[in-house]
Design a protein around this ligand. Structure first.
Ligand SMILES: *[C@@H]1O[C@H](CO)[C@@H](O)[C@H](O)[C@H]1NC(C)=O
Ligand SMILES: *[C@@H]1O[C@H](CO)[C@@H](O)[C@H](O)[C@H]1NC(C)=O
Ligand SMILES: *[C@@H]1O[C@H](CO)[C@@H](O)[C@H](O)[C@H]1NC(C)=O
Length: 413
């Protein structure tokens, strides 16, 4: 026993936790996965300059920079609406859209004069924070800002020195130049903001608690289940066991939903009031999916392996769910089928209006539920067989009690 426990605990720390550490480790090598589409509607000086800068940055350090790619404005029919649609369809992570006539407006200010020239609308940076706020905050956004600020700086220096040469001796032109010291700037549009702050609970850390609650349900009822073995008929025992978790999870998921509502998370922004129902159903099937897997493992292996499996279950789900799988090394591709990932993607679509993959999400989670339910009779049977001697003993006890009482009664009679 002692040896088993030690081996298991040692296996947990370097073994299972490695899954998470490994995932974190692989993130830094996959930055180019964050595709940054530099889209040129301008076709003047600004667009090509920015595209060239993206290409140079990338070729200087191909492994460690964001995935800058140049795209012609015609691909999106020179329409901001279409670039936003492409962003929502996750065709790229970040779009840098050089607006039409950015160059024209800039040169107008220098050649003719425009005291109210404001270049910040010339370049639109668009992204959806809600797609993965964690990855954005940690990896994409800081690198993006460094890139954009460096663009503003370098472009201004180049333009100003060009103008200085051209305007030598022309006081009026020099004055116009001084009026607009910054030729081009940018504005950032976050089209799926990660709000309210409590949304983090419903789309990230909070979902770990879903797994924990399903684990608790299995553990708590485990003792009760064992005490019932042999005391009720086998058929009734199976029915009881197989309806228990779906019923418990039904009420717990309703409570889970209520909890989010109590803390004023709104689910109706993108799906109307159906958003509440969809989110509840997603929580319900996820909880059931998590719980049934743990239940089956508990039936087959029992203590002390159930908690070890639980650690694996949480960590493998978190490692593949919290970060975009594309950002991890290929080892983690199995995570595409893991349930928490789909719960998170679905929740984000409901809360932030990111790409709607709810059909796929429900499909994957329901597949887990279906396979687990199909296996459940087998695992219950295995558990019963393992506990045969206990069951025989309690059956005998029941018989003795019944016949013993009858014996007493017949004596009294
Ligand atoms: C492209 O935009 C033009 C004008 O804005 C419009 O007339 C045309 O139908 C658009 N084409 C496509 C394929 O969307
Ligand atoms: C851009 O500039 C050209 C030429 O000055 C003009 O014909 C066109 O209407 C402008 N387009 C926009 C979107 O302002
Ligand atoms: C001057 O600059 C402002 C702000 O950038 C812009 O809205 C306006 O169209 C410009 N005026 C001319 C004549 O280009």
């Amino acid at each position: 026993m002692f040896i088993t426990f030690c081996v298991l605990l040692v296996a947990i720390v370097p073994g299972i936790l490695s899954l998470y550490w490994g995932a974190d480790h692989s993130l830094q090598f996959n930055l180019p996965v964050f595709t940054v589409a530099i889209i040129d509607f301008d076709q003047g000086e600004v667009g090509p300059y920015l595209q060239q800068m993206g290409a140079t940055t990338r070729s200087m350090n191909p492994e460690m920079t964001l995935g800058y790619v140049s795209e012609p404005g015609s691909k999106y029919n020179f329409s901001n609406e279409q670039t936003r649609r492409a962003l929502k369809q996750e065709e790229f992570w970040i779009g840098i859209v050089v607006q039409a006539n950015a160059t024209t407006a800039m040169n107008y200010a220098y050649n003719e004069g425009n005291t109210s020239y404001d270049p910040s609308g010339s370049v639109h940076v668009i992204y959806e924070e809600g797609r993965n706020a964690l990855a954005f905050a940690e990896f994409a956004y800081p690198a993006l800002m460094t890139f954009m600020n460096s663009f503003v700086m370098h472009f201004a220096k180049q333009k100003q020195s060009e103008l200085l040469t051209a305007n030598t001796g022309d006081a009026a032109a020099l004055a116009r130049q001084a009026q607009s010291p910054i030729p081009i700037r940018y504005s950032v549009y976050n089209t799926a903001p990660y709000v309210p702050s409590t949304a983090e609970a419903a789309t990230e850390i909070g979902t770990i608690y879903l797994i924990i609650i399903s684990f608790l349900s299995v553990l708590m009822f485990g003792a009760l289940n064992e005490s019932l073995m042999g005391k009720v008929s086998t058929a009734r025992y199976y029915i009881y066991r197989m309806t228990l978790l779906p019923t418990v999870c039904f009420f717990l998921s309703l409570l889970y939903m209520t909890l989010s509502c109590m803390w004023q998370i709104r689910f109706d922004k993108f799906f109307g009031s159906a958003g509440y129902v969809i989110y509840w159903m997603l929580s319900y099937v996820s909880m059931l999916g998590f719980g049934l897997v743990i239940e089956n493992v508990n039936n087959v292996l029992g203590q002390p392996f159930t908690p070890v499996f639980f650690v694996f279950w949480v960590i493998s789900n978190v490692a593949t769910g919290f970060f975009p799988i594309e950002l991890l090394s290929n080892f983690y591709l199995w995570g595409l089928a893991w349930p928490l990932r789909h719960n998170l993607i679905g929740s984000k679509a409901i809360l932030f209006g990111t790409k709607n993959l709810l059909g796929l999400n429900f499909g994957v989670i329901l597949a887990w539920v279906a396979v687990s339910i199909a296996l459940q009779p087998l695992t219950i049977w295995l558990q019963l067989r393992k506990n045969k001697s206990n069951i025989e003993a309690s059956k005998k006890e029941v018989l003795e009690r019944v016949y013993g009482e009858q014996g007493e009664k017949s004596k009294e009679g």
